[in-house]
Write a protein that binds this ligand. Sequence first.
Ligand code: ZN
Length: 251
Amino acid sequence: MGARTDNVTDPDLAAGLLLMRRGQAYWARRLNELRDDEFDAPSLLPGWTRRHLVAHVGFNARAVARLVEWARTGVETPMYDSDQQRGEEIEFGATLPVDALRNLAAHAAVHLNVEWRDLPEEAWSHQVRTAQGRLVPASETVWMRTREVWIHAVDLRNGGSVHDFPAELHTLLLDDLIKVWRRKRKPGDRDVVLEPVDRPATYRIDVDEEDLPPLVVRGRAADLVGWGIGRSSRGVITAGGTPPPPAPQWL
Ligand code: ZN
């Protein structure tokens, strides 16, 4: 029989699980506010209707659950067989009746939560592979899902906003943006500095960069997140006082 509560004593991990669950609740609330006949409308993501988005978030929960299962059993179960399989699954999911999409979203999330809840403490450090091919500890799956549920709730385009995110999530996302941009940066790519006007910290890709002046972008932490994740350019401005160009590719 499974445990009733998480087998987690690490306070950071416990806080991460809480933030993920708040995000799951936020996503579910926004989804519940959509009427059935509003599912055909576009999401915020190019080429995707809300149907595609709901299918994707449901299938993502299943894919993340496969990683948690991998950590528990030691049997390699990848998130997706291939990018093509992932894409076909979403295209198929988008054709499902709205009731089936709502069920997929709800059931996949419950199943994932059970996988996390029953994961023995020592298994949280077992290595699993992300869809991008990186090896990460199973604990990273919590953050992977946290990003999905909060940000895709905004992508539903029915009133969700990065301004609804808790301040701690803004901080985690600013850190993550810089971390991923640093990993993906190629020679010649411009350095970026994020300067939240409502935080004491600044966030920079390359602290040793000397050749080219960095792109400095200022705004409230929430607006910097909106710009950094490629969803909005509201409330942000460069050090030179102009609207910033699109942010570097994140995920
Ligand atoms: Zn996604």
